[in-house]
Write a protein that binds this ligand. Structure first.
Ligand SMILES: [Zn+2]
Ligand SMILES: [Zn+2]
Length: 349
């Protein structure tokens, strides 16, 4: 008789439900994690509103933290004590594909094969009472960290990967476009590098949150000419690092134009709709500007995020503005669509 567990799934447009599915049994080298909280990412929100088409029901959830509940064969109970608080890197890393072997595990070809909670439900599986993962995907917290801080591990890991692409140095001008949760985490991460952080965000409340997090300068792109402002600030050079965290292609084009010679422009967010942008090959030739993307957390950036949160170097839990027990899944998904909530989490017992 297989044990059952509850899982939150998207079953249709604007429809989230709790269903019962088999509780996973940890295989060799796996750790069964009892999920405490999972944050709702933009990706799951887009499935919920029907914008992103995937097989339904979708058992999403990849921003997940919990405690160790049971160990598979080959996992040392001394090294992985039952009850220990953990964060999990849900995306798969096969360690044998072309990309994994070139130290690019965030581009692994099996990345989206997910750690399924069973063949009957599609998805990453963090929105369930339990998830079983290879021990290499499990990171322990050593300190007593509030859940709301812990649960931002995966988003922060994505941002640490993004920051590493541009590699800002102390005193550099760093422009971050968009003051949602990802933009704000970029501010925090760029501040750790000693950079001068400039946020472009039309919403005043978000600009205030950014300032409270230590953002050095905020600009309202609706009332100010952002390009002119950045050029004036940098003696006409442009910024060394520019991160676009918005889904708007016109903004992506502007982000490139804000980047100074020898600088890096990172396309952090995916684009909806994905409109091509205009680039001047000659301008790229002459400026040596690097234009790159950042997708998923790398192993190293996940490790960095856990350390930053575990050691209290990053405390971003204030960006989790809404929390619902899994039994209120529908309300949680609805709340996650409100930008004022930054991140909405679903908690399990
Ligand atoms: Zn996410
Ligand atoms: Zn791989």
């Amino acid at each position: 008789m297989t044990e059952k567990m509850s899982a939150v799934v998207v079953t249709g447009e604007r429809k989230a439900e709790v269903i019962s599915i088999p509780k996973p049994v940890p295989a060799n080298n796996e750790i069964l994690v009892q999920v405490k909280a999972t944050a709702l990412c933009t990706w799951e929100q887009r499935v919920f509103i029907g914008e992103k088409k995937v097989p339904l029901p979708l058992l999403g959830g990849h921003e997940t933290v919990g405690i160790i509940s049971a160990l598979g064969q080959g996992v040392d109970p001394q090294a992985y004590p039952i009850g220990q608080q953990v964060a999990v890197r849900v995306v798969k890393q096969c360690n044998s594909c072309y990309y994994c072997r070139r130290d690019l595990p965030n581009l692994c070809v099996e990345l989206n094969s997910f750690h399924l909670n069973g063949p009957e439900v599609y998805g990453m599986g963090g929105l369930a009472e339990y998830i079983s993962l290879d021990r290499s995907a499990v990171w322990q917290f050593r300190n007593d960290v509030p859940l709301k801080d812990q649960v931002l591990t995966e988003p922060l890991a994505c941002v640490m990967n993004s920051i590493s692409k541009a590699d800002p140095r102390p005193g550099d001008d760093v422009v971050i476009i968009g003051g949602g949760v990802m933009g704000l985490l970029h501010i925090i991460a760029a501040r750790l590098r000693g950079a001068f952080t400039i946020l472009s965000e039309p919403n005043q409340a978000r600009r205030e949150v950014a300032k409270a997090l230590g953002c050095n300068l905020t600009i309202d792109p609706m009332s100010t000419d952002l390009q002119a402002e950045i050029m004036a600030l940098t003696q006409g050079r442009g910024a060394q690092s520019v991160f676009n965290t918005t889904a708007i292609s016109a903004v992506a084009e502007q982000a490139v134009a804000l980047t100074g010679k020898g600088g890096t422009c990172v396309m952090y967010s995916s684009q909806h709709p994905d409109q091509p942008i205009q680039l001047s090959p000659n301008w790229i030739h002459n400026t040596e500007v690097r234009i790159t993307g950042a997708v998923n957390p790398s192993t190293q950036s996940f490790d960095q995020a856990v350390n930053l949160i575990d050691k209290g170097l990053v405390r971003a839990g204030s960006l989790v503005r809404a929390s619902f027990p899994y039994t209120e899944a529908q309300q949680a998904f609805e709340a996650s669509l409100d930008p004022a909530n930054f991140r909405t989490i679903i908690t399990f017992a």
